[in-house]
Design a binder for this molecule. Structure first.
Ligand code: NAD
Length: 231
């Protein structure tokens, strides 16, 4: 019997909701250059291009529906006998749409805008522009509230605390290519947790997990949750 469970999700859990991943064939980085849209330097160089990219993605996500994997995690959170923490690298809101609560968005969210001048946040308009004035300080310094390459992920203190006390760490739909998230299994294991990977195919770090199961998230995750809740 496990005590608290910590789940890390990546783009793979939203793939079957029609949101493309980053690194798979046909994924976003085969169509765009990271250097052009997802770094602070890119934003300084061409904010309109960066906003176009995120406005398009936000629009795609607005009509997306949560899938059986998101819903199963919400069920687990509601019915498990110990805390279930969900940390996501995703900037979509499909965990919340599927019923999950207190989701930790370590790479930010499409749902909010961030003022690059004063740091305040507000609900993202359908189309965001760099010179939209900040509702708080009026600076024309609006940026997507997403963590770009080269920036520090959000909520790292809280995440460190969770990883150091969890009994089971489960990685779902992530390639294990982006740090620090790709090192979370190591921190959890060092603190004594068992580790499990659920991914379409072996990730770059599969061999580091105690157990790995491979297949589509909409099949693996509900099956895993059903077993846990039956224990
Ligand atoms: P990634 O694209 O690097 O890896 C996706 C992983 O999911 C791969 O290992 C792939 O094998 C697996 N996968 C694909 N389809 C799957 C399915 N149906 N079921 C189970 N697994 C499946 O994504 P990542 O590891 O999350 O990369 C990290 C970066 O991607 C983060 O910065 C994140 O913010 C960003 N991202 C987010 C979204 C989103 O919000 N939905 C989408 C794309 C990328």
């Amino acid at each position: 019997m496990h005590h608290s469970i910590t789940i890390l999700t990546g783009a793979g859990i939203s793939a079957e909701s029609g949101i493309s991943t980053f690194r798979d064939p046909g994924g976003i980085w085969t169509q765009y250059d990271i250097e052009d849209v997802a770094t602070p330097e890119a934003f300084a160089r061409n904010p309109a291009l960066v906003h176009d990219f995120y406005n398009t993605r936000r629009d795609q996500v607005r009509s997306a529906r949560p899938n059986a994997a998101h819903e199963a995690l919400a069920r687990l959170q509601k019915s498990y006998s110990a805390p279930v923490h969900i940390i996501t690298q995703n900037v979509d809101d499909l965990h919340e749409k599927g019923g999950a609560v207190d989701v930790i968005h370590m790479h930010g969210s499409y749902q909010t805008a961030l003022c690059a001048a004063c740091g305040s946040r507000w609900p993202a308009p359908p189309a965001m522009r760099h010179d939209d004035p900040c509702p708080s300080c009026a600076a024309p310094a609006t940026r997507p509230d997403v963590v770009w390459f080269g920036e520090m992920p959000y909520h790292m203190d809280q995440i460190d605390e969770i990883l150091s006390t969890t009994s089971l760490f489960v990685s779902i739909g992530t390639s294990g290519a982006v740090y620090p998230a790709a090192g979370f299994h190591r921190l959890a294991r060092a603190a004594g947790a068992a580790t499990l990977e659920l991914n379409l195919e072996p990730s770059e770090i599969t061999a580091m997990f105690d157990e790995a199961r491979h297949g589509p998230a909409t099949q693996l995750v509900p099956a895993w949750v059903a077993t846990l809740l039956a224990e």
